[in-house]
Design a protein around this ligand. Sequence first.
Ligand code: PDD
Length: 279
Amino acid sequence: RIAYVNGRFLPHSHAEVHVEDRGYQFADGVYEVVLVQNGVMVDEMPHLDRLDRSLDELRIAHPMSRGALRSVMRELVRLNRIRNGLVYMQVTRGVAKRDHPFPKNAKPSIVLTAKRISMPSQETVENGVKVITIRDIRWERCDIKSVSLLPNILGKQEARENGAFEAWQVDADGNVTEGTSSNAWIVTQDGELVTRPATNDILNGITRLSILKLAERQGLKYVERAFSVDEAKKAREAFASSATAFVTPVTQIDDVVIGNGKAGTLSRGLRDSYMEYAA
Ligand code: PDD
């Protein structure tokens, strides 16, 4: 495998950053994960727009022009011979002697890696997955795709220890914000598609935006509003979305089976349309 580090393509085993990189010391950085399908970057521009936004919100300088970054992404996909996989990119504020305020002259560090991924099993697509619910203990800027992910990894680990695919985080009002690395959706008993509005409480998923566009095009009834754990447990269908999970049907929330325990019709339809859109 080949990685890209600050201007150079290197063997994965030699791809290293400095011990005083602020990403390492302070999680002072942002990232993106872009899906590659049939050798093509899915929703590349929206991902790069979101990267720019995350950088701007944290006042981290842009490490290179968009054109240059797109070339690096393409070269990395080519060098790693990836048809179906992911590109991971991370930008941090750079290397500086450890001190909390922004360093004066640091240059942002940029790292890209790429890997192949396999499609989820037919069993997952048909029977869906379990999610657990946990308290959302994150900060008030979840709209920034920061590499500071401790609450997310603690939540995902708890999910794994409970045999679940994902943990849905719940705010102080009892409403679901999102998963630890995916957005959360339900279909109500009235057949309405619901997902939380994109405020500072969630990451505005690029997959989420594409699904909303597909729903709009198909004339599906949808609304962006908060929904509670109780409402989710009474939902007809539920699913999770992300660049890596696509549309993953959810058929169990904590101990409650959703619908008839099989992936819902609308979820499957949206999964198919998204896969077609991405192909
Ligand atoms: N995670 N919410 C959170 C907290 C996320 O970390 C992600 C993505 C999403 C979905 O966003 P998108 O549809 O743009 O992938 C929502 C990536 C995949 C990750 O951390 O690996």
